[in-house]
Each structure stands twice: as structure tokens, then as C-alpha cells.
Ligand binder design. Structure first.
Ligand code: F3S
Ligand code: F3S
Length: 115
């Protein structure tokens, strides 16, 4: 799967959402998350992101901060989020689900990026 890293936080350009053919990029509060099971590895999103936030998981440097965002994306979908009683699991489409409105603890703890 492809993974959105820290460069997306507080930027949320959303070009990736427009270019994903299967609508598997979901909106949190300060970052977007690619569903690791729904993503078909087409790579369109990585080419469209203006801040280069998206990486194929097989290209991730295990020592880079972005490598933690792969496991974090799994947590976003399969662990309960604040304000939600049950995990999102496989929603099957970000447009139908709408903005989730919350982030994982990892992302929520990232200091706000100044504009
Ligand atoms: Fe969509 Fe990017 Fe995966 S465009 S299918 S999230 S590689
Ligand atoms: Fe974020 Fe880049 Fe998509 S900034 S919302 S990953 S286009």
C-alpha cells in the first residue's frame, strides 16, 4: 500500500483524493490516511501530491519518520478513534463516509505547522 507521511499534516492539499481511482484516501482532522487494505497500489496519488507526502510502503526507509505512518494508517482504520464507538474497518469509499474529523494519537501529537 501507499502511505501518507507527515508532510501532509496541516497541508491537506487533497489532489490525491481527486486522483485515486478507488476513493480509498480518507480525511482526518489534520491529515489524510490511505486505507492499507483498500489501496490497489496504482501510485496516482503519489504523483499528484504537491508536497511529496506519499510513498509506496516498499520504498519506505525504516528509519524515516514516515515509516511509522504505515502502522499508524492501520491504527486509523482498525482501532477505535476518539469520538467513535467502533473502528472504521473497511468503509469502502471515502466520499460516502465523509470526513472522519479526528486523527490518530500519533498525528494529533505532531506540533502545528505554521503557515
Ligand atoms: Fe489510490 Fe494512491 Fe492507492 S491513488 S489506490 S491510494 S496508490
Ligand atoms: Fe495530503 Fe498531499 Fe494528499 S498534502 S491530502 S497527501 S495531495
Amino acid at each position: 500500500a501507499y502511505v501518507i507521511g507527515e508532510a501532509c499534516v496541516d497541508v491537506m492539499d487533497r489532489s490525491c483524493v481527486d486522483d485515486c481511482p478507488i476513493d480509498c484516501i480518507y480525511t482526518g482532522e489534520r491529515k489524510l490516511y490511505i486505507h492499507p487494505e483498500e489501496c490497489i497500489d496504482c501510485g496516482a496519488c503519489a504523483r499528484s501530491c504537491p508536497v511529496d507526502a506519499i510513498t509506496w510502503d516498499r520504498d519506505l526507509d525504516p528509519a524515516s519518520p514516515d515509516s511509522t505512518h504505515l502502522a499508524d494508517a492501520t491504527a486509523f482504520f482498525y482501532q477505535p478513534l476518539p469520538g467513535r464507538s467502533s473502528p472504521l474497518r473497511e468503509p469502502g469509499g471515502a466520499a460516502d463516509l465523509g470526513p472522519v474529523g479526528t486523527d490518530t494519537a500519533l498525528v494529533a501529537a505532531i506540533p502545528r505547522q505554521e503557515a
